[in-house]
Ligand binder design. Structure first.
Ligand code: GLU
Length: 301
């Protein structure tokens, strides 16, 4: 049984970049006669925009997406993350860290995603320090996986990333922990999402293995960027999708994903377009690249 998901963060309304991820994950689930679940990743409350989750659901509905089961909200699942963290604490795989950002920055070398934690608190909190965050120990070995679009990806977590945070100094559970717990708890078999998360995947595979969760298959689609090469996001002022013109935007999303939709379908009804998508969708046609510019940024609003 195939089970996929779409997991937007409600930091703002949907933009074209998130639509592309939704389309790709949805069509993959459908052509495998699988399920498609929707999870709102609103753990990081300070970054959550009031009303964004409702707006995302409205837009998905307007575009004709149909999800299976109830929508899951990460903000209501703290107990699950707490239980997962205490399991890891019991097995000695995580440790309390009392370092401030500045202390880390002063003594760290840089890896794939910024500072590699220098290991100051790895063998116990130095005297005078109290626990701020919880980190998981990484190992000096290669973690690799075959991504259905990006090919073989490998990292040495200890050398490339360093011991990473599972619970932050502000008390919030980290994305890496929550996503792994949720995907396992929801029985996700396949993840199709943006390639901005490619570098997070070895961390997630590592956590899955520590917690004894089943492996997941991955496909990372190219990230949509604006003409300056920046990822479309609220920060880069990506335009909000206009729910009044779903078929044009869906057509553009298919085009971006290498599916070559016929020009006449641009003005077809949304039902006709979905029918075409469900019979013509091929993951193999997605360009094997990490990002691609879109010009001009689609929006009819
Ligand atoms: N919530 C993440 C985002 O919107 C996606 C997480 C995931 O697909 O694993 O970027």
């Amino acid at each position: 049984m195939y089970r996929g998901r779409f997991a937007p963060s409600p930091t703002g309304p949907l933009h074209f970049g998130s639509l592309v991820a939704a389309v790709a994950s949805y069509l993959e689930a459908k052509i495998h006669h699988g399920e498609w679940l929707l999870r709102i990743e609103d753990l990081d409350q300070p970054r959550t925009m009031p009303g964004a989750a409702e707006s995302i659901l409205r837009t998905l509905e307007a575009w004709g997406f149909e999800w299976d089961g109830p929508v899951v909200y990460q903000s209501r699942r703290q107990d699950l993350y707490a239980a997962a963290l205490s399991g890891l604490q019991e097995s000695g795989l995580v440790y309390a860290c009392g370092c401030t950002r500045k202390e880390i920055a002063d003594s760290a070398i840089h890896g794939i995603e910024g500072a590699i934690y220098p290991g100051t608190c790895r063998n116990g909190l130095p005297s005078g320090k109290s626990a701020r965050a919880w980190r998981v120990r990484t190992e000096n070995r290669i973690i690799g996986f075959d991504d259905a679009i990006q090919g073989y990806i490998a990292q040495n977590l200890e050398l490339d990333i360093g011991d990473f945070v599972l619970k932050r100094a502000d008390g919030l559970y980290a994305y890496q922990l929550a996503v792994v717990v949720d995907d396992a708890e929801q029985g996700i078999t396949d993840i199709v999402r943006g390639a901005d998360l490619l570098d997070s995947t070895p961390r997630q595979i590592y956590l899955q293995s520590l917690m004894g969760f089943p492996a997941i298959r991955y496909a990372h689609i190219p990230i949509v960027t604006n003409q300056q090469g920046e990822k479309l996001s609220k920060q880069t002022l990506a335009k909000t999708l206009d729910d009044r013109y779903p078929q044009t935007q869906l057509w553009l999303a298919l085009d971006y994903l290498g599916q070559s939709p016929p020009a006449e379908l641009m003005n077809a009804s949304i039902g006709t377009l979905w029918q075409w998508m469900l019979t013509h969708w091929k993951l193999e046609n997605i360009p094997h690249i990490r990002h691609a510019k879109i010009q001009p940024e689609p929006s009819l609003s």
